[in-house]
Design a protein around this ligand. Structure first.
Ligand code: NAI
Length: 308
């Protein structure tokens, strides 16, 4: 199975590395506009094969889209990341041009691929990719919810002092500091609601930390994070390539689901070999519905900037 990762920066290269060492894809092509960067990162990853024991082939190229031909999955990470104090939304001007160019170029050589969009502002970039490529809605998936849910599980495990693997939790809505919705009501620890173990106040604190999870890392690192995001992308790609049908919150095109139309936003999806196999309705309560409606509005407003 072949995966192309466009953008060999922090996130793209980390994602390629996880795809290789976890043997998720047999062939990985890294592509970047910066001369030599993708080639260098690919070479470095390949030289870790003898010590990590993978057999996948990773290669890199500078803007040579022919090398990406017949990919099963294309991951778009190209663009600029945010700096401390910036919101994801402020990246739209530069990243929209890059994402549109990359998506249409890559489509020429891989017309059957499933696209995973990562560049920020991710929900709007997913919408742009869908419109620019004309692909069916099941084949364009935005990655944000997998990462935000991992962060939510991390902060829940910290608050409860329990292992993360025993905690299930999900973040839906937009992939923005103020638009994401950690579903505290539905989070569980070993099958029991986390509300059994944490007070309302503690849960609110966990949700608040989750929402600024990316900003916290950007402040510490001086740029946006890559280990968590790279791993979350690989988790999603694994579910596609190996038809695992995992339920993962992803930014997908809503066509009446959740009472919403013509927007890409995070909702729980079954992800398999056809991309989005199913959108799952988690029956939000009134408060969650209100938050979701506000989040949809914010993403819709951001999409308007694509026209200006
Ligand atoms: P980075 O700056 O390390 O890498 C971006 C790469 O894109 C650079 O190597 C650059 O040369 C390349 N690039 C720019 N224009 C290109 C073009 N036309 N064709 C090919 N390559 C091109 O940035 P990083 O940290 O890897 O982040 C990438 C993107 O992912 C950013 O927009 C960031 O905000 C976003 N991100 C999204 C997350 C999510 O959960 N959806 C999480 C973290 C970051």
């Amino acid at each position: 199975m072949k995966v192309t990762v466009v953008g060999a920066g922090h996130l793209g290269a980390t994602c390629a590395n996880v795809l290789a060492y976890r043997k998720i894809a047999s062939e990985i092509v890294l592509l970047d506009i910066e001369e030599g960067l993708a080639e260098g990162k690919a070479l470095d990853i390949m030289q870790s094969a003898p010590t990590t024991g993978f057999t996948s082939v990773v290669c890199g190229c500078t803007n040579d889209y022919e090398r990406t031909a017949d990919s099963d999955v294309v991951v778009i990470t190209s663009g600029i990341p945010r700096k401390p104090g910036m919101t994801r939304e402020e990246l739209i001007g530069i990243n929209a041009g890059i994402v549109k160019l990359v998506a249409t170029n890559v489509l020429k050589f891989s017309p059957n691929a499933i696209f995973v969009v990562v560049s920020n502002p991710m929900d709007t970039m997913t919408y742009l990719t869908l419109k620019a490529t004309g692909l069916p809605k099941n084949k364009v998936i935005g990655m944000g919810g997998a990462l935000d849910s991992s962060r939510f599980r991390y902060y829940l495990s910290q608050a409860m002092n329990e292992p993360m693997n025993d905690i299930q939790a999900m973040v839906i809505g937009g992939h923005g500091d103020t638009t994401m919705i950690p579903l505290t009501r539905l989070a569980t620890y070993n099958g029991l609601p986390v509300t059994t173990f944490l007070s309302d106040e503690e849960l609110q604190e966990v949700a608040a930390k989750t929402m600024v999870g990316g900003a916290t890392l950007t402040k510490l690192l001086g740029t946006s994070a890559w280990y968590g995001p790279g791993s979350a992308v690989a988790f999603l790609v694994d579910s596609i390539l190996n038809n695992q049908k995992r339920m993962i919150p992803c930014s997908v095109y809503l066509d009446g689901e959740y009472g919403v139309e013509d927007v890409c936003i995070g909702v729980p999806c079954i992800i398999g070999k056809n991309g989005v196999e199913q959108i799952v309705d988690v029956r939000l309560d009134e408060e969650e519905k209100n938050k979701f409606a506000k989040s949809v509005e914010a993403v819709r407003n951001m999409n308007k900037d694509l026209r200006s």
